[in-house]
Design a protein around this ligand. Structure first.
Ligand SMILES: CC(=O)SCCNC(=O)CCNC(=O)[C@H](O)C(C)(C)COP(=O)(O)OP(=O)(O)OC[C@H]1O[C@@H](n2cnc3c(N)ncnc32)[C@H](O)[C@@H]1OP(=O)(O)O
Ligand SMILES: CC(=O)C(=O)O
Ligand SMILES: [Mg+2]
Length: 382
């Protein structure tokens, strides 16, 4: 805020008045950023563990049929998420919470499947009990808490502190991480600050349904493309040399989530956390689901949500690098073992930068195949 503007606003405390441009009031000092926020709480992580998270599979713990399927989905889905928020009706909120406590206590999630939850929104009547009950009862089993409708870093700071208090109370041994859903215009405007708000931040997902509503976008779809969002080829010239506006003109459908995903990916990469595409609501359209997931994968997302068992396989396929890309990356590594210089492979230039691109693919392939013998075999034979 300028001195003049501060004076006009009657803000006599300048230069101590905090302006929007000065975001330092959101941050703890660098020195205490990694200190526990409550006596007895576990020490925050300095790096987010890169565990396979190609799909975050949603289930409703109050739905007995879905709950019964959870043990069989261990090892099938990288992440199983007990959803407490939207899609669970108000009179099932407590049943969902208690159902999740039981599932967390009774299920062996093994080494490769994580258990997450999506708590109710911070302004809801349920969230305090969601946090208190889950962290103190099953805090050591819960890997990540997904927080919906995050508006800014202040929401993450609130969660950060209360989690530390509850971890201390429940004797939780390692910090529970936090995942924000990007589903309001304000959250979008603050995405960089949200991503860096706490060492607990594990990642961010795009929430296309709530975000569309909040932005007053005019799509009623849950994620995916829209046939109305397109670019049309120029008209051809008619016999008289003038544009023929009535003639056939190909149209190219565009991705109306492109800007949002790209910005979210940058915010996450900048802060060393993981970006995810959210839900794809047209369960029967497995082809378009795969396309949307792949767009997200190519732009840098590590995974997407799965709302129905059929989407788990789609995510597994899309968010694991292809055998072809792994084979190419290996050839580049062999040609440039130390990643320096410039070479030609199949008529294409490879150099330090493209070597790094290849390393991204190889590292991901290695990490994923460590947990998945089928994938390991596919990469071995590539
Ligand atoms: C915008 C957002 O916030 S998105 C996130 C919130 N939404 C959700 O979490 C929705 C989760 N998914 C669902 O509720 C369901 O999949 C629905 C409502 C979309 C479709 O459910 P159904 O009509 O029952 O699907 P369908 O008949 O194909 O189900 C086949 C089987 O899979 C089971 N199933 C469906 N979805 C799931 C799931 N997410 N997890 C585990 N099992 C499931 C069904 O119970 C059914 O079991 P059965 O064969 O023993 O009867
Ligand atoms: C994912 C989600 O919660 C939404 O799209 O609103
Ligand atoms: Mg939502």
């Amino acid at each position: 805020m300028s001195r003049t503007r501060a004076a006009l606003l009657g803000c006599g405390r300048y230069p101590y008045a905090v302006s929007r441009e000065d975001s330092s009031h959101h941050m703890r000092s660098a020195k205490d950023f990694f200190a526990p926020l409550a006596v007895g709480a576990p020490t925050p992580v300095t790096e987010v563990p890169a565990r396979p998270s190609r799909m975050i599979h949603f289930f409703d713990p109050s739905n007995p049929k879905m709950a019964a399927k959870v043990p069989d989905m261990v090892g099938v889905s990288d992440v199983l998420l007990g959803n407490l928020e939207d899609a669970v009706v108000a009179d099932k909120k407590e049943a969902a919470r208690e159902g999740l406590v039981t599932i967390a206590k009774e299920t062996d999630f093994g080494e490769h499947t994580q258990l997450w939850t999506r708590i109710n929104s911070l302004d809801s009547p349920w969230v305090l009990d969601d946090l208190t009950r889950l962290v103190t009862e099953v805090g050591d089993t819960l890997d990540v808490i997904m927080v919906p409708k995050v508006q800014g870093p202040e929401d993450i700071h609130y969660i950060d502190r209360i989690l530390a208090q509850l971890e201390a109370k429940g004797g939780v041994q390692r910090p529970i991480l936090v995942h924000a859903i990007l589903e309001t215009a304000r959250g979008m405007a603050n995405v960089e600050e949200i991503a860096g708000a706490s060492p607990r931040m594990q990642g961010i997902s795009l929430g296309p349904a709530d975000l569309a509503a909040d932005r007053r976008m005019k799509t009623t779809r849950v994620g995916g493309g829209h046939p109305g969002y397109l670019v049309r080829q120029d008209p051809a010239k008619g016999a008289d040399g003038a544009p023929d506006y009535q003639g056939e003109r190909p149209v190219f459908q565009q991705d109306l989530w492109h800007y949002t995903i790209a910005r979210m990916v940058d915010a996450c990469a900048m802060h060393g956390i993981f970006p995810f595409y959210g839900p794809f609501g047209d369960i029967k359209d497995t082809v378009a689901c795969e396309d949307q997931f792949r767009n997200a994968f190519l732009l840098g997302c590590v995974g997407a949500w799965s709302l129905h068992p059929v989407q788990i396989e789609i995510a597994k396929k899309v968010f694991s690098p292809s055998a072809e890309d792994v084979a190419h990356a290996r050839r580049v590594k062999e040609a440039m073992p130390d990643g320096r210089g410039a070479v030609m492979i199949d008529g294409k230039m490879e150099d330090d930068a493209s070597w790094k691109q290849c390393m991204v693919v190889l590292e991901l392939a290695e990490r994923l195949s460590a947990n998945d013998p089928e994938l390991a075999k596919m990469y071995e034979e590539a």
